[in-house]
Design a protein around this ligand. Structure first.
Ligand SMILES: [Zn+2]
Length: 335
């Protein structure tokens, strides 16, 4: 996903949590920095002169067929994935709907990602989750007032070294980036057709950013003086363009493990990629690779157009919901 889509997803998640009303103090932390911290949502893709870790290909989870010795460990049945993700995520219904494309034989196969060290998407999300919890623990007095509970040793930590609210918020936005990327099917599929420069990946991202619209562009969103309520209302107004109708409830995470949650989301995204480009026509590696151009998949007939509208809704709905779920999960650690 590109910059404006990432910004929209994070801002929409704030609005969803506000509408739900279960974590008002988390909203008190995040909402006043809706504008200032939104840059955090696209920092992980920013390439800078100080090279560090930021770059699109530095956080992926590209899954393919597993042929290794422990391959039985990497089988996830449709039932297990369905139960793990729950009915609130639209991907669950989507995978069920297309079970003729991905039949039981497909689900009995072993699939695995093998990201290079430091580039593992679930690792990046888990690391930031723990970091964010620590930032709240070591928050400055304003943050301390918002976070439930009392830190006994906090008075021994000088205030200038503690984390201010705006800084904590920008790190929440950064975490939203990794969560949203796990919903991008091309980030979770090792076939050449999903490479950024092979058409489908880039064009899907452009398509989504056209729908999100220019209000969430970096230069517009960073203009001084925008009103936080206005930003969030504009984010909510995009729902209709994706055909999304959010429930007001943000479910709890089923496990206590953001790493595993991310891996399961990536599994679901790999399955979605395999529905868009079924493996009987676009085989997995090591078979010779075929491209799946965006226009061929989505622009040739009404069926393709309907499928595109459907995945738009599923992916964007779930990206926002998953950000809200994991942010809320961090906050509930303090209850
Ligand atoms: Zn990214």
């Amino acid at each position: 996903m590109n910059q404006r889509t990432h910004a929209w997803i994070a801002l929409r998640a704030i609005k969803l949590l506000e509408d739900e009303g279960e974590v008002p103090r988390l909203l008190e932390l995040l909402k006043p920095f809706s504008q200032e911290a939104s840059i955090g949502a696209w920092i992980p893709d920013k390439r800078d002169a100080k090279l560090g870790g930021a770059q699109t290909q530095n956080h992926v989870f590209k899954i393919g067929v597993c042929r290794g010795p422990l391959r039985y460990r990497f089988i996830v049945s449709r039932t297990k994935l369905k139960n793990r993700l729950g009915p609130e995520r639209l991907i669950t219904g989507f995978l069920n709907k297309y079970k003729t494309i991905l039949d039981n034989v497909w689900w009995r196969e072993s699939y695995k990602a093998d990201p290079s060290p430091g580039k593992h998407l679930a690792n990046r999300a888990m690391a930031l989750t723990i970091n964010n919890i620590d930032m709240l623990i070591l928050g400055n007095p304003q943050v301390q007032d918002l976070v439930p509970g009392r830190i006994r040793f906090i008075n021994k930590v000088p205030t200038p070294t503690r984390c201010p609210a705006g800084q904590a918020t920008i790190f929440f936005f950064m975490l939203s980036h990794f969560i949203a990327d796990s919903l991008m099917p091309c980030h979770c599929d090792e076939r050449d057709l999903s490479d950024y420069n092979n058409g489908l990946h880039m064009q899907l991202e452009k398509h989504w950013s056209r729908i999100v619209g220019t209000y969430f562009d970096e230069d517009k969103l960073t203009r001084p003086g925008l009103d936080d309520n206005d930003i969030l209302n504009r984010a909510a107004a995009i729902d209709a363009k994706f055909g999304i109708d959010f429930e007001k409830r943000v479910p709890d995470m089923k496990s206590d493990d953001v790493w595993e949650e991310m891996v399961m989301l990536c599994r679901a995204s790999f399955a979605l990629a395999s529905i868009i480009a079924p493996p009987d026509q676009w085989p997995y590696k090591p078979a010779p690779q075929k491209m799946a151009p965006y226009d061929m998949l989505f622009n040739q007939n009404q069926q393709g157009k309907d499928l595109l509208a459907e995945i738009d809704r599923v992916i964007m709905h779930d990206a926002v919901l998953n950000v809200a779920i994991i942010w809320k999960h961090i906050w509930t650690k303090f209850h």
